[in-house]
Design a protein around this ligand. Structure first.
Ligand SMILES: [Zn+2]
Length: 373
């Protein structure tokens, strides 16, 4: 893998740590300069519904570094199957062969924790509904019921998942699909209410062959185009741990036959039928691609500088223990922050979040006022 120079704009070499040390501005702007970023992608709890206390998250982990944050659990619960792992209690989906199942109580848990906060703590959070099965035609009804039960709490739905390496095949019951009408019902309802949507769907299968169009790209674009009224944030640019940017797995001698990942994303952000679609650059697994080589850094920074209003930074942290964990993902992007214009940097770290989630809050509160008795 090290012998050839990938043509891809993000590259694959895992030299992230070295690059981070070599470049980047000071990550910690002081409180006088305001928060460093808002977190557009944050999980308070993990795959067994355990996590960080919400008040501690606001006061200590966000502190004066993270201004605002989305907050959600994980809709999928890892079963502890004694027959599979015995006394070992799995907390992550890679630690067990037993299935994952949809755990709707996560929404009540998040809402209750939020309602216990002080008003000034609440102001900094945007809770999201996640506890529904996107392959269930009744999923939209669950979302409505959560809004009716907990008015004044939620700003959006997600992160929920359609295709995800290693996860999709472990989910009990029907397999989710980008072509499922159940998903259309969810996105229609989100558009009607004004809920912001954070959608995870890998753009490709794991370990895909180089040279082929990402297998889920067309289905994804078709889905997005069917819901022009809905604000949709495509999580992680469609990438995953092994769902890599197109072409990076090229074997020796491959010539480039299809667009680089940058061109693919650029094609979407310049497509007038996809003006309601945003991308979050979250997850340390994604940062590793973006900072994998000087070329990847240049390409990523160029794309962010050119279309700064379409990208949001998030950590994708899951139940972090302290502030250092929260800032670590941000710091991985230092080589790229260093190459952004001040304007692009501000939009991606702060202003896009404020624009999208302020609108979502306003719209959802208005829907609740009109529809919740
Ligand atoms: Zn996530």
């Amino acid at each position: 893998m090290r012998n050839h120079r990938e043509r891809n704009s993000f590259g694959l070499a895992l030299a992230a740590a070295l690059v981070v040390i070599a470049a980047g501005p000071a990550s910690a702007a002081g409180p006088a300069d305001g928060p460093v970023f808002h977190d557009a992608h944050f999980h308070l709890t993990n795959y067994v519904q355990k996590g960080t206390d919400m008040a501690k998250y606001v006061d200590e982990i966000m502190g004066d570094k993270v201004g605002r944050s989305t907050v959600f659990g994980i809709p999928l619960q890892q079963t502890w199957s004694y027959g599979n792992s015995g006394d070992f209690a799995p907390t992550y989906y890679l630690q067990s062969d037993a299935p994952l199942y949809y755990y709707s109580f996560t929404d009540a848990y998040i809402a209750n924790a939020y309602l216990k906060l002080k008003p000034e703590q609440r102001k900094r959070l945007d809770p999201m509904i996640t506890g529904f099965n996107p392959a269930d035609m009744y999923a939209a009804d669950h979302i409505r019921r959560v809004l009716e039960t907990y008015p004044g709490v939620f700003s959006g739905i997600g992160e929920f998942t359609i295709h995800k390496e290693f996860v999709s095949s472990k989910v009990a019951g029907e397999i989710a699909s980008l072509t499922d009408p159940a998903l259309d019902r969810i996105l229609d309802f989100a558009g009607e209410v004004g809920l912001a949507v954070i959608l995870h769907s890998d753009i490709d299968m794991p370990f895909a062959k180089a040279g082929a169009e990402p297998v889920f790209l067309k289905q994804m674009k078709d889905l997005l185009r069917r819901h022009p009224r809905t604000t949709i944030i495509w999580a992680h640019l469609g990438l995953g741990r092994v769902v890599h940017p197109v072409q990076t797995q090229a074997t020796a001698g491959t010539t480039e036959r299809n667009p680089t990942y940058r061109e693919l994303v650029e094609g979407m952000v310049t497509d007038p039928t996809l003006g309601h679609v945003y991308f979050d650059i979250s997850w340390d697994e994604v940062a590793k691609y973006a900072v994998s080589s000087p070329e990847a850094i240049r390409n990523t920074a160029a794309m962010l500088n050119k279309y700064p209003e379409r990208f949001l930074f998030g950590t994708d942290n899951v139940a972090p223990p302290d502030q250092a964990a929260q800032l670590r993902v941000y710091d991985m992007w230092n080589p790229i922050w260093a190459q952004l214009t001040p304007e692009a940097s501000r939009k991606i770290r702060l202003e896009n979040y404020e624009r999208l989630f302020d609108a979502a809050r306003r719209n959802v509160r208005a829907w609740e006022a009109a529809n919740v008795k």
